[in-house]
Design a protein around this ligand. Structure first.
Ligand SMILES: [Zn+2]
Length: 405
């Protein structure tokens, strides 16, 4: 199915497919879902509580493992190949997803996480982001490391070449940013901003090609970050409600325009990666799409990501190899409408499409689904995605089936 004609998406973790088999796609079809994005690996061991599955109600996702059958030879010359799931008796859940979805008349897509992998970052720290203090990250991988890029491209080649998916949605691309709070509490926004950048030798080399002396900028970053370090933590903590980065950082950028240069360099690095990936995909007709946090609201995951810090400018990908942005707005209907309208404004006049993801779990009540769906429609998005199939109650599923009719 062509992506242009898809209006209603859902996303699925492997656990519900493993438990329900083909039945899950019948349920999706009953909800009017046209495309299912199958999660082929998640970066952190999120713990899920599955409302419809009393036989397996608590399940932790496997960190950094994959649900297709990786072919190790495909990764020759690299220090590692994808580690398959240990949980499902060797089943190829991606193959099951593609076959099951097609049988039910649903278009299969894949949700592929590239530059965040807790398992790889811990076992191969040389692939991880290295901050201004030369500390390696335990989650994010450096998107300028040639081996990380090659691994990611071969992963894309493998899943698009061997599985009949209609879309590749890239997640954590890049969203390399420090979390809002460290163990002791709020990270000073200046430190959070500068601490989110990678200063590894691969980034230094890539920046040099763009005429940027990243090592010189690292020295300036250290100076600013260490000045922030002198502020007593309890003083910073007392201001935590205001110190989110959104009020303080514009002045920092004005006073230190080189920081903006680094933010732009990160986006350019991703744009060049997308071009490389697109060129090597075995089926050129398969669209690359991007999973982004909202333009204005914080991202919902544990790092509370912000679009501006996560190198996720919507405008900057207008003329990239990506065809669509999945804007993940797991907030109320007004946030959904506001952030979707801002996203539509950012891509106006380009061919880039926007799909808004709404929260169909947790605090969302069945009665909220109609309002969330209407907000996305009013804002003019090209489609809506209900996140996620695994966490929906039967009542939520009924509400989704009725939404938009
Ligand atoms: Zn780097």
């Amino acid at each position: 199915m062509k992506t242009d004609t898809v209006k209603k998406w859902t996303l699925q973790f492997p656990i519900s497919l493993a438990l329900e088999g083909e039945d899950c796609f019948k349920h999706m079809a009953d909800m009017g879902i046209q495309r299912s994005l199958f999660c082929n690996g998640i970066y952190s061991p999120y713990r899920l509580v599955l409302p419809r599955h009393p036989q397996k109600a608590i399940y932790s996702l496997e960190e950094g493992r994959y649900y297709h059958k990786p072919i190790p030879a495909k990764y020759s010359g690299l220090p590692l190949s994808p580690t398959p799931s240990q949980d499902f008796d060797g089943r190829d859940l991606l193959a099951e997803s593609v076959a099951g979805a097609k049988k039910a008349g649903i278009s299969p897509g894949i949700w592929l996480t590239l530059f965040a992998n807790g398992s790889i970052a811990k076992q191969h720290p040389e692939w991880a982001v290295m901050n201004l203090y030369d500390s390696r990250d335990r989650l994010f991988l450096c998107f300028n490391n040639p081996e990380v890029r090659e691994y990611s491209i071969r992963l894309g080649e493998e899943v698009v070449g061997n599985y009949d998916v209609d879309e590749v949605m890239l997640d954590k691309i890049p969203q390399t940013c420090l979390e809002l709070n460290a163990f002791a509490g709020r990270i000073d926004p200046v430190m959070r901003t500068l601490g989110s950048f990678c200063f590894c030798p691969h980034c230094v080399a890539a920046a040099k090609k763009e005429g940027i002396d990243l090592l010189a900028l690292k020295a300036q970053a250290l100076k600013l970050s260490n000045a922030a370090l002198k502020i007593p933590p309890y003083v910073t903590m007392s201001q935590a409600a205001e110190l989110t980065g959104d009020a303080e950082i514009p002045l920092l950028l004005l006073d230190n325009p080189w920081i903006l240069q680094v933010l732009k360099f990160r986006i350019d690095s991703i744009r060049s990666f997308l071009g490389q990936l697109k060129a090597r995909l075995p089926r050129k007709e398969v669209p690359i799409t991007l999973c982004f946090v909202p333009i204005a609201k914080i991202g919902h995951d544990s790092s509370s990501p912000r679009a501006w810090l996560a190198a996720q400018s919507y405008e900057c990908y207008r003329d990239s190899a990506a065809e669509m942005i999945h804007s993940v707005v797991h907030w109320d209907a007004d946030s959904v409408e506001y952030n979707t309208m801002r996203a539509m404004n950012a891509v106006e006049g380009s061919s880039l499409k926007v799909v808004t993801h709404v929260k169909a779990y947790g605090t969302t009540r069945p009665a909220d689904i109609a309002g969330l769906s209407a907000a996305v429609k009013r804002a003019g998005a090209d489609g809506i995605a209900y996140f996620c199939y695994d966490l929906m109650t039967n009542e939520i599923m009924d509400a989704i089936a009725k939404a938009g009719r």
